[in-house]
Design a protein around this ligand. Structure first.
Ligand code: UDX
Ligand code: ADP
Length: 461
């Protein structure tokens, strides 16, 4: 018998759980959704009466939260109550790369997932559908099921894999108009129950079902393919710089081939974000664990190329600034891993900055959405320098014009639209001469910048 879902609990109020549940709540006013998190300040921020101060910045999200919160969308730290009451539980906790023990730097750390499973097993007194929303290594559902089924309290658990394909910065649009919704599982009723939720706003032909392992692996594979495209075009960008070809022209020419397609061919200083690197490392780790070394080596190369791109961008700055940046002031425009998000996880900017700091550059950083403390925390996390040294060498400013005063060079590290609207004539006046711009996002117009008198470098030209 199919049971209609009336109450949902989502464990994890992060970049995935928060926006996903907000959109489900908006589209399904009859379902009561409680998003829980053990991080009290994060929940408090989700409950902030000023929706402009939500913990996550996503275009369109504040309006949706304002509409649904208090009606059928709730944010809470009472994890037990929400689990107990729910018919369906989404697990949206973080699965970072392990930074200790076996698989350090490669495997996904599943301790948060396991903790969730144990909590659910302990609290549940009625049957539950448990949905994996976080990106997980293939076969995680088996471990989840094992923990859940061994509680001995007679509760039935059905596990579904329903990976999230939203991209940050466009999360709301991606959730409202998904290319597809993927549901992997074994129990037909559980699959139908989850599909029925999405059918409130997604057409049936876009909701596809697979077995659990295909669903888990599809998520890793989708991210690996997307990252591979970026590394592929970035590898060509270096060749363009040597040969006189222009990477944008090459991307346009190949992208018009309908078999290749035009998306995800923008050369850049390197991909970042919480997913691409982690998921490929995961894929590589899994392949190696099955002794598939050729498969592992193949995908590992995508990451090596990405690391190379970040280093060579920083190297180019050093070489161009007469082989030394020691004591020179370099303004970094952008810190987020892409525009329209305040997320900095694995942002290329962090690594470019670290490289320049190793050469004793003095950095002044401006990002329209990333808080000052976050920028210092990202640098401190690398442990390359002491926090005191980081604060001595790095200044974070909230005024983009302040950043460029007496700067030798500007490095554009995130493609924020506002950078295009700046008064670049004034910026040049404020800088030391010759004034250099290193455009890691190919954001600005070479003709205009050179017309003003900048020495302008863009990736792949
Ligand atoms: C990605 C996937 O797109 C999404 O489906 C998945 O659910 C999570 O991971 P996200 O990391 O939010 O989403 O951002 P995405 O737009 O994919 O960009 C990732 C990185 O690649 C960014 O640093 C971006 O700047 C870079 N990128 C992307 C390029 O350098 N060039 C491109 O052409 C596209
Ligand atoms: P993602 O990008 O995958 O959404 P985030 O790190 O933004 O990742 O969010 C994951 C959230 O999950 C964090 O806010 C974290 O506090 C929360 N979390 C992790 N483990 C648990 C748990 N066992 N119970 C409740 N919340 C958890």
């Amino acid at each position: 018998m199919n049971k209609k879902i009336e109450k949902i609990c989502c464990i994890g109020a992060g970049y995935v759980g928060g926006p996903t549940m907000s959109v489900i709540a908006q589209q399904c006013p009859d379902i009561q959704i409680t998003v829980v998190d053990m991080n009290e300040s994060r929940i408090a921020a989700w409950n902030n009466s000023n929706v402009d101060l939500l913990p996550i910045f996503e275009p369109g999200l504040a309006d949706i939260v304002a509409e649904a919160r208090g009606r059928n969308l709730f944010f809470s730290t009472d994890i037990e109550k929400a689990i107990d009451e729910a018919d369906m539980i989404f697990i949206s906790v973080n699965t970072p790369t392990k930074n200790y023990g076996k698989g350090k730097g490669k495997a996904a750390d599943l301790k948060y997932i396991e903790l969730c499973a144990r909590q659910i097993a302990e609290i549940a007194t009625s049957d539950k559908i448990v949905v994996e929303k976080s990106t997980l290594p293939v076969r995680t559902a088996a471990a989840l099921k094992n923990i859940l089924d061994n509680t001995g309290n007679g509760v039935n658990f059905h596990i579904l894999s329903n990976p999230e394909f939203l991209a940050e910065g466009t999360a709301v649009q991606d959730l409202l108009h998904p290319d597809r919704v993927l549901i992997g599982g074994e129990d037909a009723n559980a699959i139908t129950a989850l599909a029925a939720i999405y059918e409130n706003w997604v057409s049936k032909d876009r909701i596809i079902t697979t077995n659990l392992w295909s669903s888990e692996l599809s998520k890793l594979t989708a991210n690996a393919f997307l990252a591979q495209r970026v590394s592929s075009i970035n590898s060509i960008s270096e060749l363009c710089e040597k040969t006189g070809a222009n990477v944008d022209e090459v991307a346009r020419a190949i992208g018009m081939d309908s078999r290749i397609g035009s998306k995800f061919l923008k050369a850049s200083v390197g991909f970042g974000g919480s997913c691409f690197q982690k998921d490929i490392l995961n894929l590589v780790y899994i392949a190696r664990s099955y002794n598939l070394h050729e498969v592992a080596d193949y995908w590992e190369q995508v990451i090596l190329m990405n690391d190379h791109q970040k280093h060579r961008f920083a190297d180019h700055i050093i070489q161009t600034l007469y082989n030394t940046v020691s004591g020179k002031k370099i303004a970094c425009y952008g810190w987020a891993f892409k525009k329209d998000t305040n997320d900095t996880r694995e942002s290329a900017a962090i690594y470019v900055a670290d490289y320049l700091l190793n050469e004793e550059a003095e950095l002044v950083i401006y990002d329209p959405k990333v808080p000052v403390e976050k920028i210092y925390a990202d640098l401190d996390y690398l442990h390359t320098r002491t926090p005191e040294e980081n604060r001595r060498l790095v200044t974070v400013v909230t005024d983009p014009m302040e950043a460029v005063k007496h700067a030798h060079a500007i490095a554009i590290l995130t493609e924020w639209d506002e950078f295009k609207t700046y008064d670049w004539t004034l910026i040049k006046e404020l800088m030391k001469k010759p004034a250099f711009v290193f455009d890691g996002r190919k954001l600005l117009n070479r003709r205009v910048l050179e017309g003003i008198g900048f020495k302008y470098y863009a990736i792949g030209e």
